[in-house]
Design a protein around this ligand. Structure first.
Ligand code: FAD
Ligand code: FES
Length: 283
């Protein structure tokens, strides 16, 4: 069992949990993830290692309540325990190895939690970092101070204009690349699939390398079930073991979007059933 030692509400429907998991904390690297199952009837889902503390022996996860399993996890409190918590899974990102110059990190929505350890690593390895952090509205933004702390330049966007530049993250990206594409080593974009696809398209137009972290549907997380299969260039790959980070220029975005939507009716039904069950218990 893995104990929740801290719980925090970061933004609307976005929660942080620090989990006691010393063996995972010892090995965790930026870009990796865990798969958890909160109880024996629960579904397994992947979440990024949003931070790790080797001394305390803890792993931080940040999740957005979008469906049955994340909504149920949100009801767990400090002191409660999660049944299974497996990791670190996936390949660590490459960005901890070198100084490459100017890097643009783009975070969309809960992608902020996914990109954070990578941004920190990129900055700590001597790179100049330009961060663009975007969300639908002001109330969904979190960790702005942390992101700013590791950024030489920092830009906020919101779709509704409630904070920062009004519109999508891809606009300031285009503005920057228009002026100085030759000086950018690469971009790293993490967030919803359409956002990553849009950023990659802009970067490709300016001939700038674009890395992304793919949030496919995963089951085992060890390369055996095939659920997370994607096409990159002319190769079939598994996001869980070959990624989750890939060269965005070569990802088949259309196929990824289609495969991510393949259980939509079942996911909707599962959430409705769960909410009915909770309502029944509270009556
Ligand atoms: C490697 C990896 C790391 C991830 N890290 C994080 C993280 O740090 N924080 C976080 O909040 N989420 C993260 N995700 C996504 C997270 O796993 C899903 O949101 C979760 O599985 C949803 O489960 P659910 O039962 O609550 O909702 P479901 O019932 O499975 O889904 C509800 C709705 O949410 C959307 N959705 C579901 N799965 C995904 C997905 N994989 N990507 C995009 N939209 C989806 C769909 O619209 C779906 O209908 C990550 C995914 C991967 C593959
Ligand atoms: S999650 Fe099963 S192969 Fe990747």
């Amino acid at each position: 069992m893995f104990k929740i030692v801290r719980k925090e509400e970061l933004a609307e429907d976005i929660k942080l949990m620090e989990i006691d998991a010393p063996l995972i904390a010892k090995k965790a690297k930026p870009g990796q993830f865990i798969i958890f199952r909160s109880h024996d009837k629960g579904e397994r889902i992947p979440l990024t290692i949003a931070d790790f503390d080797r001394k305390r022996g803890t792993i931080t996860i940040v999740f957005q309540e979008v469906g049955k399993t994340t909504e149920e996890l949100g009801t767990f409190d400090e002191g409660d325990s999660i049944l299974d918590f497996v990791g670190p899974l996936g390949k660590p990102s490459d960005h901890d190895r070198k100084e490459e110059g100017k890097v643009i990190c783009i975070a969309g929505g809960v992608g902020t939690a996914v990109i954070f350890t990578e941004l920190r690593n990129i900055k700590e390895h001597g790179n100049y970092t330009i961060t663009i952090q975007g969300s639908r509205c002001k109330s969904l933004l979190f960790w702005t101070d942390r992101m700013k702390h590791f950024s030489d330049e920092y830009i906020i966007t919101t779709d509704d204009g409630s904070l920062g530049i009004k519109g999508f993250v891809s606009q300031p990206l285009e503005d920057i690349l228009k002026k100085q594409a030759e000086s950018i080593a690469y971009i790293l974009a993490i967030g919803p699939v359409p956002m990553m696809a849009a950023c990659v398209k802009v970067a490709k137009n300016y001939n700038v390398k674009a890395y992304v972290s793919l949030n496919t549907i995963m089951v085992d997380g060890t390369g055996m079930c095939g659920s997370c299969r994607i096409t990159v260039g002319d190769k079939s790959m598994f996001a869980c073991v070959d990624g989750p980070e890939f060269d965005g220029w070569y990802v088949d975005w259309k196929e990824l979007a289609q495969r991510n939507n393949r259980y939509l009716p079942a996911e909707k039904q599962s959430l409705e059933r769960y909410r009915e069950l909770v309502k029944g218990k509270n009556r």
